[in-house]
Design a protein around this ligand. Structure first.
Ligand code: PHE
Ligand code: FE
Length: 274
């Protein structure tokens, strides 16, 4: 029986979503029949607005893969996306009622299954939503699952999460996810670009992230030491040069890394005063 998940970061709101729909692995069928015409219109408007902002701001791999999501004028059937995704990288998306606890989350990723929330935000949350909805999860996360190196990294993260759980290091590992998969920047020949889903699915953060002067070269321990806020734009962004770099820098055994980081002070989410 599914129970509500724990979330790290600063937020006092309980998670939304009907967890009684979910099975033991927290997945459920996509409730396609419950989408209203207004829900489909919200998705279409979010997609249109965000797609227009991508050139010069989103990384090349994301822009190249976005059409693989298929229809943009309504919420897609996840099964349709899966036909293409499985062929590309052997990943699949599965439906969940909302945020899920860390162990089931890691287990899904370790099995190359990415959980996607099926409900969509209300019109009054059009610009900003704290919890992930279908637009964030699909538009933000799924395109890069078509990239073979990024796809392998996500599976490694899932396996690493199960290990971190046994080591009492989930919060440290969650910072890695936050500052890469959600809010990572990549340096391309033509400039800094977003690859993090939290940036790519947010109109305000996309511009903010590209303009931000507070960019730090990716450093695993520094990332793990840095707290984060979930209810405002980020104040610090970590930059990689390639997904291969991300994969390689996260491949070593984290056991000694966690042990070391636990002895060091946490760093503020805000940039250090000069
Ligand atoms: N190398 C990590 C470990 O040994 C696992 C991991 C891989 C974590 C990739 C995150 C991303 O724990
Ligand atoms: Fe996300």
């Amino acid at each position: 029986m599914a129970v509500e998940p724990v979330v790290y970061g600063a937020s006092e709101r309980p998670p939304r979503g009907d967890y009684s729909r979910a099975g033991a692995d927290y997945t459920c069928p996509q409730d396609y029949a419950s989408y209203t015409p207004a829900d489909h219109a919200t998705y279409r408007r979010l997609y249109e607005r965000q797609a227009a902002l991508l050139p010069g701001r989103a990384c090349d791999a994301f822009i190249a893969a976005l059409p693989s999501l298929g229809v943009k004028d309504r919420i897609p059937h996840f099964d349709e996306i899966n036909q293409r995704l499985y062929q590309a990288t052997r990943w699949e998306i599965v439906t969940v009622p909302g945020l899920i606890p860390e162990v089931p989350f890691f287990s899904l990723l370790a099995n190359r299954k990415f959980p996607v929330t099926d409900w969509i935000r209300k019109p009054e949350e059009f610009d900003y939503i704290v919890e992930p909805d279908v637009f964030h999860d699909l538009f933000g996360h799924v395109p890069l699952l078509f990239d073979p190196v990024f796809a392998d990294h996500m599976q490694a993260y899932g396996k690493g999460g199960l290990k971190a759980h046994g080591l009492g290091a989930c919060e440290l590992l969650s910072r890695l996810y936050w500052y890469t998969v959600e809010f990572g920047l990549i340096r391309q020949k033509d400039g800094f670009r977003a690859y993090g889903a939290g940036i790519l699915s947010s109109p305000g953060e996309l511009q903010h992230a590209i303009d931000s002067p507070h960019r730090i070269v990716f450093d695993l321990k520094r990332v793990m030491r840095t707290r984060y806020k979930i209810d405002s734009y980020q104040q610090t962004y970590f930059v990689i040069d390639s997904f291969q770099e991300l994969f390689d820098k996260t491949a070593p055994d984290f056991t000694p890394v966690y042990a070391r980081v636990k002895t060091l002070d946490e760093l503020s989410a805000a940039p250090a005063a000069a």
